[in-house]
Each structure stands twice: as C-alpha cells, then as structure tokens.
Design a protein around this ligand. Sequence first.
Ligand SMILES: [Zn+2]
Length: 75
Amino acid sequence: MPNRNSNAGHKAIRSCVICRQKCLQTELLSFILLFSGIVYDPRRVLQARKYYVCPRQACLQQLPKWRKKRQRERR
Ligand SMILES: [Zn+2]
C-alpha cells in the first residue's frame, strides 16, 4: 500500500472531486451534499460525509454537473 502522505507530515490530503488533484485539505473547499443542493462548510462544523473541491473556477463550474451525476448514481 503506497504511503501517499509520506511527504506531507500529518497534514490531511484530499482530492478534488472534479479534477482528482490531491491537495492539502486546508486548501480545498469542503462541502456536503444535501437533497436540496451543495452546502459549503468553510468552518468545518457540519457532521456529514464531506467532499472537497479545489477553489479553481474550472472545477467549481463543474460542480453542479457532478452533483447531478452523483445523485443519480447514489440510491
Ligand atoms: Zn479540482
């Protein structure tokens, strides 16, 4: 099993759901999925399955599409 956090100390690494690029968790926007839509959690207070997206416009623009796809797949 590869140790993908080896050069990041104890910092959490997450990947963007759109481009799959790995970034520090602190550099990504976290959000949760509700039936009504996407809710950002900038203060990380929500207790739910988190998703991460990098704060680039290219990725943010794809989020609504990703969400639709995601909700179709999930039952
Ligand atoms: Zn991205």
